[in-house]
Design a protein around this ligand. Sequence first.
Ligand SMILES: Nc1nc(=O)c2c([nH]1)NC[C@@H]1CN(c3ccc(C(=O)N[C@@H](CCC(=O)O)C(=O)O)cc3)CN21
Ligand SMILES: CC(C)C(=O)C(=O)O
Ligand SMILES: [Mg+2]
Length: 291
Amino acid sequence: MSTPGTDGGELAAPYGSGPSARESAPRKKVRVHHLRELKERGEAWPMLTAYDMYTAELFDEAGIPVLLVGDSAANNVFGYDTSLPVTVDELLPLVRGVTRAVKYALVVADLPFGSYQLSPEQALATAVRFMKEGRAHAVKLEGGRKFAPHVEALTSAGVPVMGHIGFTPQSEHNLGGYRVQGRGASGEELVADALALQEAGAFSVVMEMVPAEVAKQVTHSLSIPTIGIGAGPDCDAQVLVWQDMAGLRRGRTPRFVKRYADVAGVLSKAATAFAEDVRRGEFPGAEHSFH
Ligand SMILES: Nc1nc(=O)c2c([nH]1)NC[C@@H]1CN(c3ccc(C(=O)N[C@@H](CCC(=O)O)C(=O)O)cc3)CN21
Ligand SMILES: CC(C)C(=O)C(=O)O
Ligand SMILES: [Mg+2]
């Protein structure tokens, strides 16, 4: 983890030269070409989801170069059982909160189910809303070769696009549930999908739940970065949903999740302590009252 500096302008670089050199170089806004440069230098980078201001601010200060306002807000903000029901109107205010909070991170807005599949025109109209109203820096959509025309329409209009292949949660009913994709012969299909997205102008591609060997092959076939989630150690970048990463979500988590904290435990203890204080008459104290 990088260490925040004493003021907003002097944080350790989230990308670039590694821990020793340029420690005090001022951070710059992350741009898509920086991510390609990291791939060329073989430096892995992290991505996290964010859905609100405080988490976006913390992750930005921690040096996370790319934040995704995922349609997984469906599960992790709104409490739906899948990502399918969440709408553009529900996601837009979350994107706005995240983009308001960051100084450096590239903010990617995930296009939700039904908001882009109809046509390249629909994809562009939706992306324009996320850019204008959400102030997103880029958008993400799910799909391979079949969505190359959609990606092309967006990149031609100046919208950077992140692809997403392998297990694509918006197609879970068609894929038959949460299953690893690209085993056996379909590994070749994944390479073809990734190449088509790159050719259409995508600046990066998420690969979800793909065998590590296949993900490695895709990564080496592309000049744009691959971002893995359950896709092994050889992707150019790694992404997790922040509530999984920080242990806010309880219960069984997918195999690809590593927990770095127990935020659920911390919040639960805080709420319990507050409740006890109020019930015992110990809060508010004199120092919390106006005289
Ligand atoms: N909190 C959260 N984390 C995620 O990673 C995530 C979301 N929400 N919502 C949208 C999608 C849905 N995703 C999921 C959800 C469940 C599994 C899962 O249950 N995986 C199991 C079974 C794998 C298998 O059967 O082969 C696993 O053990 O990984 C995987 C990805 C990933 N995304
Ligand atoms: C897990 C990531 C890649 C995602 O698409 C989401 O959070 O919606
Ligand atoms: Mg998503």
